[in-house]
Design a protein around this ligand. Structure first.
Ligand SMILES: [Zn+2]
Length: 530
């Protein structure tokens, strides 16, 4: 995104000052989301322990230049040096207006040469004309040439007592170590979605325009931690939608699908409703939205859902309404399925990036994800886990907690015993995954194939019993006994394989894979069974 202009003409003759400018913080307390930086600077100011060179690093649009100007005001304020510059004295006002003689701002992106640094050094030989300090703010300092850095070094090493250097950079790793070591370094944090969203809502309130919660959330996440980008987006939106910015205006201007559309797409993908997913994608294309953005937004939605599933406080940028929209699907899918879906979705990125036809690439990506529930059922069943494959009956009786006991859509499946163990006891979870887990009244039966007796012994050992009991308590409330069994009646090898083969043949996921890849199913091997 290019830096925003200072003024936008909109609604005919009205000249409108951009929000990033009219809302630039004039007090340290108003600097959004940079409490640690503010505290460090204010402490230094009030204890008279100011350094002579600072390096502010962090993403663009998180308040580095604003903090530099506040610091310049603080040291030169008629009431100061002070941790709370007055904002109204000549000195403060001149900094606000960019008209101060003693506060110089240089953009290193356009002044990279050694000559400019020498010129600057010439200026710094003289005491400030009125104020206490000559403050030099060098923005994007990493862009300076090597010679310019070397020239600069001398000035930082032995600065006159009235000089204060403030360097700002978005790429600290490109600043030479010799410079870094001579500066006090302050790290500016990216702003959280939540912080940006509530800032936008406060601004809308004060400026008297409507901003829907969905719109605020979408803008906040599109801004990726930069409050300046967020405000610049709001400017664009106001130019488009005047005083009522809603989800549709955001969708039109940013080219991002609305929350409902993205949630609908993820819902269709998660439940394998291929036709519906493709229809959503086509509709979005018809309204001129970019495939890359749609892909990105679906990934972001999966991530949000994963956050919600892990810990609802992780993604507090969502309003209650929006959260309510995706909560049912989130809890139905659970952490494991969401992790895999997100992983699978991210794997499609290179294809989408390189594709000549991005719409087609996105459709393929969606197709792959939408087929995943079916593939997962087969995988689970081949691994001897819970859950029958769709459309076929399992070779041995398996019960799950899901009502009906028929083909179980992934989204309705309760978290499995293995899933409950995974975080703390991965090895035990791995063993349980190789077993069939069923429940018979108060008894949980964990049944292993005959050739998995080593796993069965491990799962039945006293060492893992407490972990198993606790996980069973979560997944099968009311169960009082755990029985670990080994299947002693071994099928004829040929029969097992035939049964597996038949199930694989019948599975739509496998059928799809074959239709794409071609070829025959050569062998189906139960996991861990040899
Ligand atoms: Zn002042």
């Amino acid at each position: 995104m290019s830096p925003p202009p200072d003024e936008i003409r909109y609604h005919d003759a009205v000249t409108y000052q951009v929000l990033a400018r009219s809302w630039r913080p004039q007090r340290f307390a108003d600097l959004l989301g940079q409490d640690a930086v503010v505290q460090t600077l204010q402490n230094a100011l009030s204890s008279d322990a100011l350094g002579h060179a600072y390096l502010f690093s962090g993403l663009r649009g998180v308040g580095k230049t604003t903090a530099a100007r506040l610091l310049a005001k603080a040291v030169n304020c008629a009431e100061g040096p002070t941790a709370e510059p007055c904002g109204v004295c000549d000195s403060c006002r001149e900094v606000t207006d960019g008209a101060s003689i003693d506060v110089v701002e240089i953009d290193a992106a356009t002044h990279t040469g050694v000559d400019q640094v020498r010129e600057l050094q010439e200026l710094l030989r003289f005491r400030p004309t009125r104020d206490r300090y000559r403050v030099v703010v060098v923005d994007e300092v990493h862009m300076l040439s090597k010679a310019a850095f070397n020239a600069l070094l001398k000035s930082i090493e032995e600065p006159p007592p009235y000089v204060l250097w403030i360097f700002a950079t978005t790429e600290r790793h490109k600043v030479p170590a010799t410079i870094l070591s001579r500066c006090q370094q302050l790290d500016f944090r990216p702003l959280s979605n939540e912080a940006i969203r509530s800032h936008l809502e406060a601004i809308a309130d004060r400026e008297g325009f409507q901003l829907s919660p969905g719109a605020a959330g979408t803008i906040a996440s599109a801004a990726q931690g930069s409050v300046r980008d967020a405000l610049s987006l709001v400017d664009q939106l106001r130019a488009f939608a005047a005083d009522s910015i809603d989800d549709e205006a955001v969708a039109a201007v940013l080219g991002v699908p609305s929350f409902e559309v993205t949630a609908g797409l993820v819902d269709a993908l998660a439940e394998g409703r291929v036709a519906e997913a493709l229809l959503i994608i086509r509709t979005e294309f018809a309204s001129g939205h970019d495939a890359a953005i749609l892909y990105q937004e679906a990934g972001r939605m999966l991530r949000t859902m994963l956050h919600l599933a892990v810990d609802p406080s992780l993604d507090s940028a969502l309003t209650e309404d929006l959260r309510g929209n995706i909560e049912p699907l989130t809890s139905a899918l659970g952490i494991d399925a969401l992790t895999r879906m997100l992983g699978l979705w991210l794997e499609q990125e290179p294809m989408l990036r390189d594709a000549a036809n991005r719409e087609l690439a996105l459709e393929v990506a969606a197709l792959r994800l939408a087929r995943w529930p079916a593939v997962q059922r087969v995988e689970q069943w081949l691994a001897g886990g819970e859950g029958p494959p769709a459309g076929g009956s399992p070779p041995s009786p398996t019960t799950t907690d899901s009502p009906g006991g028929g083909p179980t859509p992934m989204s309705a499946r309760p978290a499995s015993l293995a899933a409950a163990l995974w975080a703390k006891y991965p090895r035990l979870a791995g063993a349980i995954e190789a077993a069939q887990v069923s429940r018979d009244g108060e008894v949980v039966i964990i049944s292993f194939e005959a050739d998995a007796h080593a796993l069965a012994r491990y799962a039945g050992s006293d060492a893992v019993r407490p972990a198993l009991q606790s996980a069973c308590g979560t997944i099968y409330p009311g169960a009082v006994e755990i029985r670990v069994e080994v299947d002693t009646v071994q099928d004829q090898p040929g029969e097992t394989e035939n049964a597996l083969m038949a199930a694989a043949e019948n599975d739509p996921g496998v059928a799809l894979a074959r239709s794409i890849l071609g070829g025959e199913i050569v062998a189906v091997r139960p996991n861990g069974g040899g």
